[in-house]
Every structure is written in structure tokens, then in C-alpha cells.
Design a protein around this ligand. Structure first.
Ligand code: GRG
Length: 299
């Protein structure tokens, strides 16, 4: 693989996204009850950057593993991520009518089926990984499953979402709380992707720890840039109409420190994340490029 500058990440991510989508299409055929399968497929197959699966495969590769052994986990990660997006869009949570440019799951299937679809995807993901992973020693597979279970629960997505909801509409919020929310709501799944890839690839404890630090840093940067992009988009609208997160006084970096400082902090985190991969040399090209992309992306 060439240098970071030579490497065409966009083309790479687009081709990986197509591969993951084809795998997901096969992974969840329509069964009975039809509605829940159609609902799972509606959200799973409706676009998305497939960043977490791409990170998992890249992470397995960088530590010298066979990325095809990580494919079921990469698919499972996307199922878990999709489950969280479906629940996040519900009226009781973020109340979003659109996701990935299409009506959100509950707008199409109703709130009840949307809740159950998130639950179904969560269980389907773990079973899919367990039944389809090949040539990975049982103790690694158990560790992969434990990592995913942990990062979705109170130590991860759920914890972040709870604190996020509790601070909605509250004017006073400090940066450590915002960091907690970002690290758990967004960072934990990015961490899960990188760590599970490294575990499957047979990485040592030291390498897993370094890759986890890389992931957690880019995870927070990812959420900061998400909020910067949201804020910039709303400022560009005529009359500077505040976006939904601003109206709800959401816990974001741009709200607390402004766009310029948020961007600077995201860059700082990404640079620090990249340093964690110093010892990999050229093998790290893809993960370095993904880290840079988090700061430079426009959507
Ligand atoms: C049911 C598993 C489960 C969890 C419940 C609802 C919840 C707890 C957590 C919500 C977490 C959440 C939605 C965090 C936002 C993370 C984020 C930045 C999403 C956007 O990710 P992208 O940009 O989206 O990678 P695409 O569409 O490209 O996949």
C-alpha cells in the first residue's frame, strides 16, 4: 500500500461499502414474521457509509490477520449500528423523520415495529457472528462477542444515549459531560469495530490497547465533526435557522466552544490517534487515511 497522500480513500470506502451491502443482503433474507424482516432489511440496506465494518476489516488486516475471517463481525457491527440508529430516530428519543435520506424506520413501519426491529437486529447480529465466523479460535470469538455486548450496553451506546437524553434542553453543560456522551454514544462502536478486528487478527494485548486508543480518539473526533457539519449547514441556511440539535440545546462541541475551536480539537484528536499507529509503518496507511478523512469529510 502507498503513502497516505497517494491512497484514494474515497474509492476504497465506496468499494468496501458495496461489498458490505452485498454481504448484508445475503445475511438477512426475508423470513417469518415478514414485517420484521422487511423492516430490518429496509434500514440495513438503505445506504450508510459502512465505516464501522470498514474499520473492522482494516484493523484485522493491519495486525496481520485475514480480513475475510472478520467479515461476519463487520456485518454484525453494521447490524448493531443500524439498530441504534432506528431506536435513536424514535419519537421518544431524537424524533427524526429521515435517516440516510429516506423516511426513518418508524415513519414506515410504526413505532412498535421499529422498537422490535432494533431489538431483533441486536440479537440477529450476535447470532450471525457466532454461527458464521470461521477459522477463529473460540476464545477470540468469545472476546469479540463480549466486546460487542459491552460496547452496546451501559458502558457504551446505552450509557451515552442516557446521559445525552438527560442533558437535552439543559443550558448548562460542561465539556467533560459532552466528552462522556461522545465517547460512549459514538466512540464505543468505533472502538468495538477496531478492537474486534484486531482480536480476530490475533493481535497482542499491547497492540489491541493501542488500536483501542486510536479508535476512541477518532470516535470523539467523528462526533465533533458531525456536529460541526450540522452547525455549518444550519448557518448556511437563509436567516441562520438553528438546526434541531441547536433548538434542543444538544450537548455538542460547537455549542460550547464554537466551530473553529471544535475543528481544531478534532484535528488534535486525529493527530494524536495517528501517533498510536506509528509502529505499524506502511501497514497503517488505510487507518491513517480514515483518521484524516474524519476531519476533512463534508458529509
Ligand atoms: C438498540 C443497539 C441499541 C442501542 C440503543 C439508541 C441508542 C442506544 C444509542 C444511539 C447511539 C447513536 C445513534 C449515536 C450516533 C452515532 C453516529 C455518529 C451515527 C452516525 O454515524 P454515520 O455517520 O452514519 O457513520 P451512517 O448512516 O453513514 O452509517
Amino acid at each position: 500500500m502507498g503513502t497516505v497522500a497517494e491512497f484514494d480513500l474515497s474509492a476504497y470506502l465506496i468499494s468496501k461499502a458495496a461489498l458490505i451491502t452485498a454481504e448484508l443482503e445475503q445475511a438477512v433474507p426475508v423470513g417469518y414474521p415478514t414485517t420484521v424482516f422487511e423492516s430490518m432489511r429496509y434500514s440495513l440496506l438503505s445506504g450508510g457509509k459502512r465505516l464501522r465494518p470498514a474499520l473492522c476489516l482494516a484493523s484485522c488486516d493491519i495486525v496481520g490477520g485475514d480480513p475475510s475471517a472478520a467479515m461476519p463481525t463487520a456485518c454484525g457491527l453494521e447490524m448493531l449500528h443500524t439498530a441504534s440508529l432506528i431506536h435513536d430516530d424514535l419519537p421518544a428519543m431524537d424524533n427524526d423523520d429521515y435517516r440516510r435520506g429516506k423516511p426513518s424506520n418508524h415513519k414506515v413501519f410504526g413505532d412498535g415495529i421499529a422498537v422490535l426491529t432494533g431489538d431483533a437486529l441486536w440479537s440477529y447480529a450476535l447470532e450471525f457472528i457466532l454461527l458464521n465466523t470461521r477459522q477463529v479460535p473460540a476464545e477470540r470469538l468469545l472476546r469479540v462477542l463480549h466486546t460487542l455486548i459491552n460496547r452496546v450496553g451501559v458502558d457504551g451506546l446505552v450509557g451515552g444515549q442516557v446521559v445525552d437524553i438527560q442533558h437535552e434542553g439543559i443550558e448548562e453543560i460542561d465539556l467533560p459531560t459532552v466528552d462522556y456522551i461522545h465517547a460512549h454514544k459514538t466512540g464505543s462502536m468505533i472502538d468495538a469495530a477496531v478492537v474486534t478486528g484486531a482480536i480476530i487478527g490475533g493481535a497482542s494485548e499491547d497492540v489491541i490497547a493501542r488500536m483501542s486508543r486510536y479508535a476512541r480518539k477518532i470516535g470523539i473526533a467523528f462526533q465533533i465533526i458531525d456536529d460541526v457539519l450540522d452547525g455549518t449547514a444550519s448557518q448556511q441556511q437563509l436567516g441562520k435557522t438553528p438546526n434541531k440539535d441547536e433548538r434542543a440545546h444538544k450537548a455538542t462541541y460547537p455549542r460550547l466552544v464554537g466551530i473553529a475551536e471544535s475543528t481544531r480539537r478534532a484535528r488534535e484528536l486525529v493527530d494524536s490517534a495517528k501517533k498510536e499507529l506509528d509502529s505499524f509503518g506502511d501497514r497503517a496507511t488505510l487507518l491513517l487515511a480514515i483518521a484524516d478523512h474524519i476531519c476533512t469529510r463534508k458529509s
